[in-house]
Design a protein. Structure first.
Length: 152
């Protein structure tokens, strides 16, 4: 029992003593998002705006950025079986981000996430899987945007 306690104590000292800080902690924020203009897929844009909402008009930000985001959603049939029915699909989400500072274009960057998946037996199951996959891809893109804005 004492060995477990020693290992646990060593673990906590190591984690807290090494200067570890979460990437998305409030202490690391050095920017604030002012206005966000979105174009493209409305459903994906709403999810993206929800993920970026915590970074809007914060008083902690040293730099204030306005964003223009264009979102594009594509679904492809990757392969078909011998009967010609879809066997695998690919979802692709492309976000073009334009960062403005004092109404001048500072930088533009494209974020792209893709996911391949197999066809499901039922249409409802396939639709649910696609929606979950799309949510995960948008979350990943929003995290990439936040990390990108941190580095400017």
């Amino acid at each position: 029992m004492k060995l477990k306690n020693k290992i646990l104590i060593f673990f906590f000292i190591f984690i807290f003593g090494c200067g570890y800080q979460p990437i998305f902690s409030d202490q690391n924020i050095k920017f604030s998002i002012g206005q966000i203009d979105v174009n493209g897929n409305d459903k994906l844009n709403r999810a993206l705006l929800k993920n970026l909402e915590n970074y809007k008009n914060t008083s902690k930000g040293i730099k204030l950025y306005d964003l223009i985001i264009t979102t594009e959603y594509k679904k492809f049939i990757s392969s078909k079986d011998t009967k010609g029915n879809p066997k695998t699909f690919r979802i692709e989400i492309i976000n073009e981000l334009k960062v403005l500072n004092n109404n001048e274009l500072m930088i533009a960057k494209i974020f792209k996430e893709t996911q391949n998946y197999d066809n499901k037996s039922g249409k409802f199951e396939l639709k649910q899987y696609e929606e979950n996959t799309t949510k995960n891809l948008i979350k990943k893109i929003s995290e990439d945007i936040i990390i990108f804005l941190q580095t400017l």
